[in-house]
Ligand binder design. Structure first.
Ligand code: DGY
Length: 319
């Protein structure tokens, strides 16, 4: 069996594969273009891909032996799922193992925007700190505010628990409403539409997958419905927000701030976001802890092993 891992990964995933199969590991960024992946994939039985690798219909059709694509991410919008299904290629992802790290990152962005941490630190590092100031960097508190969560899957729920811990009221919208027991345990209130969520929330945090329904869910119309001091947080996928509309809303002080870990055309960052007021930008590090990335690599590898060895399910190998 031949396995292609598109680039080096933390943890033991690659060792798990190379101890069993003929495993090739690409270089950092080598397979971020479709053409190269298409030209190379032909002789492989399994692909361990990253979210930056475009696993398109053309790529999949160039891989007659391919049996599984195991994506080193929970999101899988880089893979043409329909074509994979049609060709009988299994697609696996890495759910669960990155939930807490990603929710931490979303909350870190929220605190950073609410308390203007980036601006305040820049001020200090620029040598401008001249002592305590009654008006210095006045932010906003989270306690008593409404956290609106779009997408109440694993990461949305982990964000909800954090928000409750900070004394916030939790509202959410999801394609399917949660059962009453789960809503009660999360102390989360369902709202019928994204419009209502936008109107009622002080913080709108995005935790939905990217699909036709969620693309540009945050657009100029919805930004126009938000409270003037509302904060938008995105650790899901960039295209859930219309970046140009968000940049305009921030520059026009139509909303209070934004914290973004993901962008519409990564690694490009919309130029008017870069100089927008009260906007914190991170280079897609939601799941970036050593522990989480190691668990992701073990899980992505074990999905391949289980599938190639015909096992119906698998346990994550102990790290
Ligand atoms: C994911 O797993 O989808 C994350 O975006 C990776 O950090």
């Amino acid at each position: 069996m031949r396995i292609l891992v598109t680039e080096p990964l933390p943890g033991k995933g690659i060792d798990l594969l190379s101890s069993r199969y003929d495993t090739t590991v690409g270089e950092r960024g080598e397979f971020d273009g479709e053409e190269h992946l298409k030209n190379e994939i032909g002789s492989y039985d399994a692909l361990l891909s990253c979210l930056s690798n475009p696993v398109t219909a053309d790529v999949l059709r160039s891989a007659p032996q391919l049996r599984i694509v195991s994506n080193y991410a929970v999101g899988y919008n880089n893979i043409d799922i329909e074509t994979a299904r049609e060709l009988g290629i299994l697609v696996a992802n890495t759910p669960d193992v990155l939930t807490e790290a990603t929710a931490d990152c979303a909350f870190a962005l929220l605190l950073s925007v609410a308390r203007r941490l980036r601006e305040a630190e820049d001020h200090l590092r620029a040598g401008k700190f001249d002592g305590w100031h009654p008006f210095g960097f006045l932010g906003t508190e989270l306690h008593g505010k409404k956290a609106g969560i779009l997408g109440m899957g694993r990461i949305g729920r982990a964000f909800a628990r954090r928000a409750r811990g900070f004394g916030m009221t939790v509202l959410y919208h999801n394609r399917n409403r949660l059962d009453t027991k789960t809503e009660t345990s999360l102390q989360a209130q369902y709202v019928e539409s994204i419009d209502q969520l936008a109107e009622q929330s002080d913080v709108l945090s995005l935790h939905c997958p990217l699909n036709d329904e969620t693309r540009h869910a945050v657009n100029s119309e919805r930004l126009g419905r938000m409270k003037p001091d509302a904060i938008v947080i995105n650790t899901s996928r960039g295209p859930v927000i219309d970046e140009s509309a968000l940049a305009d809303a921030l520059h026009q002080k139509q909303i209070g701030g934004a914290g973004l870990d993901v962008f519409e055309e990564e690694p490009r960052v919309h130029p008017s976001l870069a100089d927008a007021p009260n906007c914190v930008l991170l280079p897609h590090i939601g799941s970036a802890t050593g522990q989480t990335r190691a668990r992701m690599s073990a899980l992505a590898a074990s999905s391949i092993i289980s599938h190639l060895e015909g096992k119906p399910d698998h346990a994550i190998p102990s790290l």
